[in-house]
Design a protein around this ligand. Structure first.
Ligand SMILES: Nc1nc(=O)c2c([nH]1)NC[C@@H]1CN(c3ccc(C(=O)N[C@@H](CCC(=O)O)C(=O)O)cc3)CN21
Ligand SMILES: CC(C)C(=O)C(=O)O
Ligand SMILES: [Mg+2]
Length: 263
């Protein structure tokens, strides 16, 4: 059986072994992902990939708690991180109240918060009250509407310096790791070198301390869009559609059910 990672072992992995993070939204997939993943992220991307919405902004705390419970049921030996959804950490009191709900109502090991220098005080308030926090810097999906799209970061010297400041501020606030999303690879490499906690990349190149992908993207199940950073390790949608088509044919021709499926 797999040994569950801890805050300490995750921190120690920096410079030793890349961390493997995958999202999951339910017990079924969490169980399939658990053997290979170091960390399972219950991402608010579930609002798109599970609930069919066009961005993450309308995900609710109740939804995140529901899905986190399902994931924890399927992956009892995995370190589980629950994304704090949009609007649930606008100030430190709200953030703590809502993160405590996640800790009391699920078995999550940590929460994730989007933002850098501007969120450092909130991160500090959570970590000093017993909530382990994973940061998230660079492209922030919850800023989709305010920024008018998903914008790759680190394209200017100014952006590079501000990413380094973000990482340092989140580290100083007590976070044990940081997701860095949609950042030029050479810049992400420098950001990773500027802190002692692991930086887990998504669309941030290979010179970081780990990688995260959305499971439905990497399994080729999500057809709405495919960011450049996604590699499809399975032709999921083709396999599923072909299987259902096969079932349809067998139902319509009477080839299914056979004797072995019949009482
Ligand atoms: N299924 C899924 N996968 C994800 O990776 C993901 C979600 N959902 N939902 C939340 C956010 C949104 N993410 C996204 C979505 C789109 C792009 C995208 O279209 N990127 C463009 C580049 C944009 C630019 O150049 O500024 C691309 O071509 O990759 C990136 C990240 C990452 N997250
Ligand atoms: C893309 C990952 C890092 C995420 O935040 C999510 O799945 O919601
Ligand atoms: Mg997210």
């Amino acid at each position: 059986m797999k040994k569950k990672m801890t805050i300490t072992s995750i921190k120690k992995s920096k410079g030793n072994k890349p961390l493997v993070m995958v999202t999951a939204y339910d017990a079924l997939f969490a169980r399939l992902i658990e053997p290979s993943a170091d960390i399972i992220l219950v991402g608010d991307s579930l609002n798109m990939s599970f609930a069919g919405k066009s961005d993450t902004l309308s995900a609710t705390l109740e939804q995140m708690i529901y899905h986190t419970n399902a994931v924890c049921m399927g992956a009892e030996n995995s370190f589980v991180i629950c994304d704090m959804p949009f609007g649930t950490y606008v100030n430190k009191d709200d953030a703590l109240k809502n993160a405590i709900r996640v800790f009391q109502e699920t078995n999550a090991d940590s929460v994730k918060i989007e933002g850098g220098v501007d969120k450092a005080e909130i991160v500090k308030h959570l970590t000093s009250n017993g909530i382990a926090v994973c940061g998230h810097i660079g492209l922030l999906p919850q800023a989709f509407r305010s920024e008018g799209g998903y914008k790759i970061k680190g394209k200017t010297e100014e952006e590079k310096l501000s990413l380094i400041e973000d990482a340092k501020a989140i580290e100083k606030a007590g976070a044990f790791c940081i997701v860095i999303e949609g950042v030029k690879a050479d810049v992400a490499k420098e950001v990773a070198k500027s802190v002692d906690i692991p930086l887990i990349g998504i669309g941030a190149g290979v010179n970081v301390d780990g990688q995260v992908l959305v499971f439905s993207d990497m399994l080729g199940l999500f057809e709405e869009f495919t960011p450049k950073f996604v590699k499809k390790y399975l032709n999921g949608s083709t396999l599923v559609k072909d299987a259902i088509k096969n079932y349809k044919q067998e139902v319509e021709t009477g080839a299914f059910p056979q004797d072995i499926h019949t009482y």
